[in-house]
Design a protein around this ligand. Sequence first.
Ligand SMILES: [Zn+2]
Length: 182
Amino acid sequence: MSTLTIRTYPDPVLKEECPPVEAVTQDIRRLLDDMAETMYLNSGIGLAAPQVGKKLRLIVVDVQRGKQGDTLLKLVNPRILNKEGRTKSEEGCLSCPDLLVDVSRFERVTVEALLPDGRETTIEAEGLLAICLQHEIDHLNGVLLVDRLSSLRRSLYRKKRLRENAASTPKDDESQSPPRLL
Ligand SMILES: [Zn+2]
């Protein structure tokens, strides 16, 4: 396995709608493993393929971050079948550093997807898992947390990111990652 580089806003790959995966091949399984490793290394609870520069409908999610047995989900072509209720919480994103946004989501979702072995699965999710699945599926449709900001806040954040990317100084405090990076 190897770790991948996380793309950050305003990288254009994050704005694109990803096409479905046609066949779950060995390459796809390898990419899912690398995505999971990259997610854990960056203290994330979810990661979508465009966040590592791949235009494919693939996500990995582990809201327990491996702390309570094997709760890692590796999903191909995930799709929301049913949704119910509303909930609001603060979300962060590995592709939008130093940004936390209050987001309104469905409280419960049913998600259909393929597993790495090609079998179909249906996941009934609520709470943080439901939020995380919706956040990652947004990524597959080119939707980012910044799209939920007012145009003024978005433009300020964009300028800040461009300035920081240009300076590209390494962060001195990597250990202080904000909660809920998806
Ligand atoms: Zn994200």
